[in-house]
Every structure is written in C-alpha cells, then in structure tokens.
Design a protein around this ligand. Structure first.
Ligand code: BTN
Length: 224
C-alpha cells in the first residue's frame, strides 16, 4: 500500500522524504509530492526548475540489483507508463527523458541516505518553456491534478519493477534516443568525445574514440 503526502510547497521533496523516513521508516512505498517545489535539485550541481506543468515527487524504492541501474530502470518504467497513454518518450544517457522533439521532459535523481534510497522524479507533463519538453498535449489553462498524477505514476513504478538487468538493458537500448551518435560527455574537468555505442555492465556509457572504447560512469552528455 502506497502512502502519499502531498504538500502545497516545499524546498525539495527529497528532503521531506528523508525527514519522513527518519520519523516513520517504511521499506518501500512512500511518495512525497508537491504543487510547487522551490529549490529542486538535479544531478550533479544542477537545479531542477518547477513549472506549472511539472510533477515533482520522491519515493523510497528498493534499489535495482545493480544499484547504478536504478535511475535507468525508473526512466524505462516511466517511458512505458506514457507509451500506454499513446506518448512515446525516448531516453538520454544517463537518466533523462526526452519528448518527441528531443527536448528534456523528465529527469531522475537518486540519492542514498543511511542506506535508504531516495528516488526523485521530475516530469513536465506540459511545458510552456521553449527550452524544455512536455509530455502531453495539455492546455496550460487547465489545472493538472499533481497529487493524482504522482500517485498513479508512483504506483505504476512499484508494480512494474524490472529486476532482470539484461532485460532492462535491452529495454533501455530500445528507447535510447542517441545510439551511434557522436557525443561529448563531460565530468568535471574531463571530457570524452566519440560515438555513443552502448551501455555497459553498470550502465556506464561505452564511447568509441580513436583509442578504443572508453567507459564513462558519470557526466553530462551533449551532441557534437
Ligand atoms: C535531473 O534531471 O538532473 C534530475 C531531476 C530530478 C528532479 C526531481 S523533482 C523531485 C525531486 N526533488 C528534487 O529536489 N529533485 C527531484
């Protein structure tokens, strides 16, 4: 049974979830969602901006058998959720979701606190910002029920986990929007450029360069 707390506003649902779990530990199945997230966090040092069409929620989930695949598993399950609603999303390494115009419409943040996994999910159900994608063809004038959407997606995730890593890798590849494209991945001072060939045994990017295949475990990807 999923327990949900829906707030009008908070700084980050990740922090609220952490506080809740300190008071009331659940092994799995608590959702913290909100109408307005004021200081949302993204991967690395990025911020996550909350817009009128953005869902922001966090859940405590069991990790994928290989921890580093957990965010990719979430991205695959969420793209499956929306494909059942007639919307095909593609995936960008490591854990972004793209709309049909290859604009970012979702992202996953995994944080570990005292062995508890905090899974943060940000999704633009619609977007009025030209730089960001939106998933559905909603009229921005119509108010979306963020509490209901967060619960429906959260429950779908819990009920559709993909524990089988080879299967997950296959599904991720099928939905990846940039296989065999020329990319650059930057992690701090380091940058690797080459062809995005595949993902490896831990979900790392396998980038073909003149020196052979490089394994990149973290970073942000852009196209060159
Ligand atoms: C990314 O694309 O870098 C990850 C974005 C994750 C955003 C979500 S919104 C809900 C949860 N609370 C946060 O502060 N961040 C995550």
């Amino acid at each position: 049974m999923i327990k949900q707390i829906h707030l009008n506003q908070c700084d980050s649902t990740q922090d609220v979830l952490k506080e809740q779990l300190m008071k009331d530990p659940h092994t799995e199945g608590m959702i913290i969602s909100c109408e307005h997230q004021l200081a949302g966090r993204g991967r690395g040092n990025n911020q996550w901006m909350s817009m009128p069409g953005t869902l922001c929620f966090s859940m405590n989930l069991k990790p994928h058998p290989i921890l580093s695949f957990t965010a990719m598993e979430m991205a695959v399950i969420i793209s499956h959720f929306f494909s059942l609603k007639g919307k095909e999303l593609s995936l960008k390494w490591p854990n972004d979701l793209w709309d049909s115009q290859r604009k970012k419409c979702g992202g996953i943040l995994i944080q570990v606190h005292q062995e508890i996994l905090l899974t943060g999910i940000g999704l633009n159900l619609f977007s009025e910002d030209k730089d960001f994608g939106g998933i559905l063809d909603f009229d921005p004038k119509i108010r979306i029920n963020k509490e209901m959407w967060s619960k429906e997606i959260g429950e779908f995730i819990v009920n559709n986990r993909i524990k089988d890593t080879p299967l997950l890798k296959t599904l991720w590849r099928q939905r990846c929007g940039h296989l065999n494209e020329r990319v650059s991945i930057r992690d701090g001072e380091q940058e690797v450029q080459g062809i995005f060939q595949d993902i490896g045994e831990y979900g790392e990017a396998l980038i073909l360069t003149q020196d052979g295949v490089n394994k990149i475990y973290n970073g942000s990807l852009r196209f060159i």
